[in-house]
Ligand binder design. Structure first.
Ligand code: FNR
Length: 358
């Protein structure tokens, strides 16, 4: 059957993936309240369509941190794409290029930065966690810059890993043949075994993530790279203001897809206060629960310059590799085009909060 919406890939992916990998993808932390709330906010918001507007052409192009993009729909950083397809991140990068979409590669990518950069034809950003081994981070940043990555995305909502009960119950560990190849194996060993009542992901983070990260540490990253710095995991006006004060180049309103602090604000609810607290020239992105073109329009109308998509990309990758990811992006772009036309706001710049009732 021809896929007509990203959810069609969800069914296909579920049928293909081992049950514990499916739980790793779909799950959140704790009681999964934030995971559900991310979706609920989009489902409850409504659009206010305007009529009698010439919508013969719609335009979803934009420029983000200097890179031209065909769409505000980008790919969120996710570890280990080879869990979903043997080609891993290179398949995802080729699909992003076909769609003219931004791809954020994860620090725990299962393909080398060099091979991802070679596969990409569009902009790539690299996501980082604050590792205790700062020398490993420094080396990674240098390599990323050398092969053409255009920004560094520091994830700031993960000083430790949220209690992901599905992974703990499954004793989920990263299979031995799938590796975070951009880091020394000695730094990754804990990911590949799970202690009783835990997961390899949680045990690894406990061992390797540095929970002492504070605002003062951004200077360290600045010294090592001339790339723009993006903070991912901002949910409050207070932190948005601090990010701006510390010269950060963009922020991502994110709760890690409901995988970190359970009970945290859903991202669509957090977006307006973050936007209000940041200067207009500081791009605010959003991720978490974006599943349709309507969701993209809602986020952009409430002030997001772009959105990142996590799980639906993995559904496409698991179902049909590069082509599956390309199709998911294509469907979302088509849905957004339709939304812009039917909403009577044909360009991204026409979207503003008056387009939304909450
Ligand atoms: C993630 N996410 C994530 N984020 C990050 O900064 N580094 C990472 O390595 C990962 N890994 C990861 C794995 C899996 C399986 C998922 C589902 C998510 C979070 C991701 O970047 C993003 O914030 C959310 O996935 C967005 O929510 P949706 O679109 O999945 O609802």
């Amino acid at each position: 059957m021809e896929a007509l919406e990203p959810a069609d890939f969800e069914r296909a992916a579920r049928a293909r993936l081992p049950a514990e990998t499916w739980d790793f993808v779909q799950g959140g932390s704790g009681a999964e309240r934030t995971l559900a709330a991310n979706r609920a906010q989009f489902e409850q918001a409504r659009l206010r369509p305007r009529t009698m507007v010439d919508v013969s052409t719609t335009d979803q192009r934009l420029t983000l941190l200097g890179s031209p993009l065909s769409t505000p729909i980008g790919i969120a950083p996710v570890a280990y794409h080879q869990l979903f397809h043997p080609e891993g991140e290179t398949a995802t990068a080729r699909a992003a290029g076909r769609a003219g979409a931004l791809m954020v590669a994860g620090i725990f990518a299962s393909r080398t930065l060099e091979s991802i950069a070679e596969a990409a034809t569009g902009p790539l950003w690299l996501q980082l966690y604050w590792l205790r081994r700062r020398d490993a981070l420094a080396a990674l940043v240098e390599r990323a810059e050398a092969v053409g990555f255009r920004a560094l995305v520091l994830t700031v909502d993960a000083p430790r890993i949220g209690r992901r009960l599905r992974d703990a119950r499954n004793g989920f560990a990263v299979p031995a043949h799938i590796r975070a190849v951009n880091l020394d194996p000695s730094l990754m060993a804990a990911s590949h075994r799970a202690d009783a009542g835990s997961s390899g992901i949680a045990d690894h983070a406990k061992e390797q993530f540095d929970p002492t990260l504070t605002w003062a540490d951004l200077a360290w990253l600045r010294e090592r790279s001339s790339l723009p710095i993006v903070l991912k995991g901002i949910l409050t006006a207070e932190d948005a203001r601090l990010a701006a004060e510390h010269g950060v180049d963009a922020v991502v309103v994110s709760n890690h897809g409901g995988r970190q602090l359970d009970g945290a604000l859903p991202t669509l609810s957090a977006l307006p206060e973050v936007v209000a607290a940041t200067p207009p020239d500081l791009p605010v992105l959003l991720d978490g629960g974006v599943r349709t073109g309507t969701d993209v329009a809602l986020a952009v109308a409430l002030g997001a310059r772009a959105v990142l998509i996590g799980r639906p990309i993995l559904w496409g990758l698991a179902a049909d590799g590069e082509n599956g990811v390309a199709r998911v992006l294509d469907l979302l772009k088509t849905e957004l085009d339709d939304t812009l036309a039917l909403l009577g706001r044909p360009r991204l710049a026409d979207l503003d909060p008056t387009a939304v009732v909450r």
